[in-house]
Ligand binder design. Structure first.
Ligand SMILES: C[S@@+](CC[C@H](N)C(=O)[O-])C[C@H]1O[C@@H](n2cnc3c(N)ncnc32)[C@H](O)[C@@H]1O
Length: 337
């Protein structure tokens, strides 16, 4: 990014992100047809020959590697095509959550699962910003043809991160979206291609584990929950990632140096939250957002580790930067006048 553009981005972050970030849907209207849906219409649409994921449903189910006793969630369960296929794999000793923003779908999935004797299936009517699953409750989340329907992908994926146990997995099945290859309908309906979605999911706190290539017009990627830290404890997010998340309002930036260091010069995009105040108790963090990434910097990348420990314990998505103040300025971050 050119310095001038970067300055505009960071200024914009300073002025607007703290109050307006993440309030805008990335795709307003994409879920209009799921408001009070006629379930039988969607059963015909989702459970029919010719839909690639329907035709390959058994292979997709196998690729999830579900074992008896696991706790699994089908996020955006729709009419329950995959819930009824996957739930038997967790067995009676396992748990299965059918999660959807449309209560009509959830009720239908629970009812049809009961008819099939799948008593382990529980319905969860969620919100557009959260899967509403309890913390540390699931081993695997399955997301088929649904990620592009997430209007608040970072918030939804963070709620999943919170719901997954350590080492938990996400299986993503999504439409390929490639200029000149994908249909006009896909190009218009799906907001971005694989590389964008994979990067968004990584930045929400996951790493790619593996992929399968048996689908033609879709892709299947497995992710594993990660804290995305280097061995030293710093975030593994790149400077470009940091700029991107600050620029689109997914993240805010705090400076954990002390007041006199701040007074001698600070970044325009940062907010001062001194480590000495963080150590005194939670009052210092009362105004920090729980639904945004918080990058923090100090002078040389040491104090951020102590700050991150305190903030992680309070449930923040805190990402300590290895780069200190001077290094960030050298990377193009604008200083306050
Ligand atoms: C295209 S359907 C896919 C249904 C099912 N996964 C399948 O492949 O047959 C997308 C589903 O995602 C649900 N959905 C949209 N946004 C959601 C969100 N933020 N959280 C959970 N479900 C969501 C919709 O209500 C809809 O049922």
């Amino acid at each position: 990014m050119k310095p001038v553009l970067l300055q505009a981005v960071t200024a914009c972050v300073l002025l607007t992100s703290v109050c307006v970030a993440q309030k805008e849907s990335v795709r307003p209207g994409i879920n209009d047809s799921f408001k009070a849906p006629d379930v039988s219409t969607f059963v015909e649409r989702f459970e029919k020959e010719g839909r690639e994921v329907y035709d390959h449903r058994e292979a997709i189910a196998k690729a999830c590697n579900i074992k008896p006793g696991m706790s699994v969630a089908d996020i955006g369960a729709g009419t329950g095509l995959f819930t009824r296929l996957l739930a038997p794999q967790v067995g009676k000793e396992g748990e299965f959550f059918a999660v959807d923003i449309a209560k009509e779908f959830v009720d239908h999935v629970v009812a049809t699962s009961r008819e099939a004797g799948l008593t382990q299936v529980k319905g969860v009517a969620c919100t557009p910003t959260s899967t509403e699953l309890p913390a540390d409750s699931i081993d695997l989340a399955f997301i088929c043809d649904t990620y592009h329907h997430f209007e608040f992908p970072y918030k939804t994926m963070r709620s999943l991160h919170n719901a997954l146990k350590d080492g938990g997995k996400v299986v993503l099945v999504e439409f390929e979206r490639e200029e000149g290859k994908s249909s006009d309908w896909i190009m218009g309906h799906v907001r971005a291609g694989k590389s964008t979605f994979v990067e968004e999911i990584r930045l929400a706190g996951f790493e790619v584990e593996s992929e399968e290539n048996f689908l033609e017009t879709s892709y299947l990627v497995r992710f594993v929950k990660s804290n995305r830290r280097t061995p030293q404890g710093h975030t593994s997010d790149s400077v470009a990632n940091v700029k991107q998340l600050l620029g689109n309002g997914t993240a805010v930036l705090i400076d954990v140096r002390e007041q006199q260091e701040w007074d001698a010069g600070h970044l325009q995009a940062a907010k001062l939250v001194p480590l000495s105040e963080l150590r005194q108790g939670p009052e210092a963090t009362a105004k920090l957002p729980k639904n945004q990434v918080i990058y923090c910097h100090c002078r040389s990348g040491r104090r951020v580790l102590a700050a991150a420990e305190i903030l992680s314990a309070q449930g923040f998505d805190i990402r300590p930067l290895p780069l200190g103040f001077d290094a960030l300025v050298a990377e193009g971050f604008e200083t306050a006048k």
